[in-house]
Design a protein around this ligand. Structure first.
Ligand code: PMP
Length: 396
């Protein structure tokens, strides 16, 4: 029996593949430290858990409106005004089953077969694969490590054409940790003004995990706002990956299109999660800010260790919870048993010899680097980096 040819259009996420390999080794009794996955190692804040429990007791157990409860869409507007000074109405908002689902909705709502989608590299793995599944044409645009992997207006302008329907980026960025300033976004905005038929998908899911100050959204430029699709969710900032809640803020036409898609694919997202999300989005951000402080403490320690390892070149991350070092200095080297050809080999070497899982930069469109998370306890991080340091030292 033949399965669908659609399955050939895209790949499974490399991040999940590495986690799976790590689990397989762990099942054999090997102590693997996971620095591959993209999720906070914290528990969901108590007051949000209480809201979820209350929702169960109050029997919020029926189908919800497809785009989300009106109170949730209102809560998203409240959040966007409070944190980002962005004015939206509930008709501008749709809640979905995780930001990944929101992303899929946004891509399918805007991109037709053959439309070009510009994505600066390195980028989050799912962007390109969802575009390919939607039969769009992915146009990857390299950025420079000297610019902290941030796209310059000139690089953007060279990549854009009249065929470009959508531009996708994240700030703070997974995997590079780069954060765009208002001035840098203004630079990109000046290019987008020349391409009025292009939507701009701004993935802001790491908004709260920012070590350099104020989060800036490209939706703040009023003349672009109708074309900007803000993507955000609860997974990272509130440690709620398993709850599955993502949302979009966009022009009502885009939201209606997403609602049409979602009405057939999934209906409204989980009712308990939606009630908990209302609390998360409108109440105390202190637990989120405390988490960010802890991420920053770990980042500083990881950077300190990395600076002592010859051969790693990297920009210091300004947000998210990853370091993304260039590892080309190890290519062509061997520990006497295995020769490292590329970043994939290095990740497998670190998994098999140091028992630390990381992710190859190839998955993010940057084959010279690997992504190493610091969303793990300080104790595990110390141990993992001790092992990584020893394993890298053996490569001659
Ligand atoms: N965007 C980025 C940049 C991410 O790293 C992730 C999670 N890895 C998501 C979106 C999706 O998050 P979720 O589906 O858990 O809400």
């Amino acid at each position: 029996m033949q399965l669908s040819s659609r399955l050939q259009l895209f790949n499974e996420p490399e991040t999940l593949k590495m986690a799976k390999l790590g689990r397989e080794l762990r099942a054999k009794g090997i102590d693997v430290i996971d620095l591959s996955l993209g999720e906070p190692d914290f528990d969901t804040p108590e007051h949000i858990k209480e809201a979820a429990k209350k929702a169960i007791d109050e029997n919020w157990s029926h189908y919800t409106p497809v785009a989300g409860y009106p109170e949730l869409r209102e809560a998203v507007c409240t959040k966007l005004k409070r944190d980002n000074n962005l004015s939206y109405k509930p008709e501008n908002i749709i809640a979905s089953t995780g930001a990944k689902h929101s992303l899929a909705n946004a891509v399918f709502a805007t991109v037709s077969k053959g439309d070009e989608v510009v994505i600066p590299t390195p980028y989050w793995v799912t962007y390109s694969e969802i575009v390919k599944l939607g039969e769009g044409v992915v146009k990857l645009v390299p950025t420079k490590i000297e610019n902290k992997y941030k796209l310059t207006p000139a690089e953007l302008e060279a990549a854009m054409s009249d065929k470009t329907k959508l531009f996708i980026f994240s700030s703070p960025c997974n995997p590079s940790g780069s954060v765009y300033s208002k001035a840098e976004l203004e630079g990109l905005a000046s290019v987008f003004r020349k391409f009025p038929n292009c939507y701009i998908l701004s993935d802001e899911i790491y908004e709260y995990i920012n070590f350099v100050g104020k989060h800036e959204s490209i939706a703040q430029f009023e003349d672009l706002k109708d074309r900007v699709i803000v993507l955000n969710g609860l997974s990272k900032g509130f440690a709620m990956t398993g709850y599955r809640l993502g949302y979009l803020a966009a022009h009502p036409d885009v939201i209606k299109a997403c609602e049409k898609l979602q009405g057939q694919f999934t209906s409204g997202t989980n009712s308990i999660t939606q009630r908990a999300a209302i609390t998360a989005l409108t109440t105390d951000l202190k637990p989120s800010m405390d988490m960010t402080k802890e991420f920053e403490r770990r980042k500083k320690r990881v950077i300190e260790i990395m600076n002592s390892i010859p051969g790693l070149t990297f920009p210091e991350p300004d947000g998210a919870f990853y370091v993304f070092p260039t590892v080309t200095a190890f290519f062509g080297k061997s520990d006497g048993e295995e020769t490292i050809k590329d970043a994939d080999d290095l990740c497998m070497y670190l998994l098999n010899k140091a028992h630390v899982s990381t992710v190859t930069g190839r998955a993010f469109g940057e084959p010279a680097a690997i992504r190493i998370s610091f969303a793990n306890s300080m104790e595990k991080i110390e141990e993992a980096w001790k092992r990584i340091t020893a394993a890298l030292a053996k490569l001659k």
